[in-house]
Design a binder for this molecule. Structure first.
Ligand code: NAP
Ligand code: GLV
Length: 313
C-alpha cells in the first residue's frame, strides 16, 4: 500500500523510518507540492488544501492529533476538498491523555494551593501566608468528556476534589457528576471554581468560553483552556479578570498562534501562557496506533476514531 506523509516542522525522516518499521510492506513518501502519484492513505497534520487535489484514491486520512478542526476547516472553506470516499481518523490518546492530566492537575492544584499568588508575592519579596481554597467547594468542571476530558476528570477526582463533567451525550464516570446537552450546561457551570475546556472546536462550541459562561461560575473562578483558542472570547476573559469574576486563567491555545508579542495576555499577570504543549503528539505511540489501524483497514475491519464530518469531531 502507498502512504503519503505530511507534518510541517517535524523530522519527516524519523517519522518515515518509524512507519517503515511498523509497516514494512508499505511504500511511504513525504508529500511534496505537485505530487500526483497514487496513494491509499495520508498521514497528516495541518495539511495544505493542495495535498487533497485529485486525491479520490485515498481510503483514509489519518490526523496526527486529536483535534480535526484544521482539516475540517479546509472542507468548510472549500466544500469537496476532502477525498470523496476517505474516512478522516484522528488520534485517540496515543500518550496525550496522561500529558493532559498532568497539565490540568498542575494548573488546578496551583490555583487551589494559591501558588499563583505566592509567585506574585515573591516578585515583591513578600512573606505572607494565604489560606488555601477549601477543597470541598473547589469544584472543577470539565467541558468535554471524551478520550482526554474523561481521563482528566478521573484524575482530578482522585485528588478528592468535587468534579463535574459535561458532554453531548450522557456519561457515567465514577466520582464525577455528569451533565449532558444544552439544557444541562447552566446547572453544570453553576458555582464551578475551575472551568477546564476539553471540547473539540466545532460550530457548536466556538466562543463557548464567553462572558455569559463566566458569569455562571463562582466569583473569583479560574479558567484552564487546553482545547482551542477559538473557544475563548478573549476580550470577555480580560473583562472578567478586570471585574474579579475570574481570578486567573491558564491558556495553552490561542486564536492566533504563536501569540503575537503585543497581545494583552502577555501583560496580564493573572494569565499563564504556554505554547500549545499541554499534550503533544508522541511519535512512537502515534505510529503504533496509525499503523494498527491501517492494517485493520487493509483486512477490511472497522477502526475507532473515525470523525463524524457533520458533527465536526
Ligand atoms: P473527543 O474524544 O472527541 O471528546 C470530545 C468531547 O466533547 C466528547 O465528550 C463530546 O461529547 C464533547 N462534545 C463535543 N461537542 C459538544 C457539544 N456541542 N456540547 C457538549 N459536549 C460536546 O476529543 P478528545 O480526544 O478528548 O480531544 C478534545 C480536544 O482537545 C481536541 O478536539 C483538541 O482540540 C484538544 N487537544 C488539545 C491539545 C493541546 O495540546 N492543547 C492536545 C490534544 C487535544 P460526546 O462524548 O457526547 O460525543
Ligand atoms: C493538538 O492540539 C491536538 O489536537 O492533538
Amino acid at each position: 500500500m502507498k502512504i503519503l506523509f505530511y507534518m510541517p516542522h517535524a523530522d519527516a525522516g524519523a517519522w518515515l523510518h518509524d512507519f517503515a518499521r511498523a509497516l514494512p510492506e508499505a511504500n511511504l513518501r513525504e508529500w511534496q507540492p505537485g505530487d500526483r502519484e497514487p496513494a491509499d492513505f495520508a498521514v497528516v497534520w495541518r495539511p495544505p488544501r493542495e495535498m487533497f487535489e485529485s486525491r479520490d484514491d485515498l481510503r483514509a486520512v489519518f490526523n496526527l492529533g486529536a483535534g480535526v478542526d484544521a482539516i475540517l476547516a479546509l472542507e468548510h472553506a472549500n466544500p469537496g476538498t476532502l477525498p470523496r470516499h476517505a474516512q478522516v481518523v484522528r488520534l485517540e490518546d496515543s500518550g496525550m491523555a496522561p500529558q493532559m492530566a498532568e497539565y490540568v492537575t498542575h494548573a488546578v492544584l496551583r490555583y487551589m494551593r494559591r501558588f499563583d499568588e505566592y509567585e506574585r508575592q515573591q516578585t515583591e519579596r513578600r512573606w505572607r501566608e494565604i489560606d488555601p481554597h477549601p477543597r470541598a467547594t473547589f469544584t472543577v468542571g470539565v467541558l468535554g468528556l471524551g478520550v482526554l476530558g474523561a481521563h482528566v476528570a478521573k484524575t482530578l477526582a482522585s485528588f478528592d476534589l468535587p468534579v463535574r463533567g459535561y458532554s453531548r451525550g450522557a456519561k457515567q464516570i465514577d466520582r464525577v457528576a455528569t451533565y449532558a446537552g444544552d439544557a444541562q450546561l447552566d446547572p453544570f457551570l453553576d458555582g464551578v471554581k475551575v472551568l477546564v475546556n476539553l471540547l473539540p472546536h466545532t460550530p457548536d462550541t466556538r466562543d463557548v468560553l464567553n462572558a455569559r459562561t463566566f458569569s455562571k461560575l463562582a466569583r473569583g473562578a479560574y479558567l484552564v483552556n487546553v482545547a482551542r483558542g477559538g473557544h475563548l472570547v478573549e476580550q470577555d476573559l480580560l473583562d472578567a479578570l478586570a471585574h474579579g469574576q475570574l481570578a486567573g486563567a491558564t491558556l495553552d491555545v490561542f486564536r492566533e498562534e504563536p501569540l503575537p508579542p503585543d497581545h494583552p495576555f502577555w501583560r496580564e499577570p493573572r494569565v499563564t501562557i504556554t505554547p500549545h504543549i499541554s499534550a503533544v503528539t508522541l511519535r512512537e505511540d502515534s505510529v503504533v496506533q496509525v499503523a494498527r489501524k491501517i492494517q485493520s483497514m487493509m483486512r477490511g475491519e472497522p477502526v475507532t476514531g473515525v470523525v463524524d464530518l457533520a458533527r465536526g469531531y
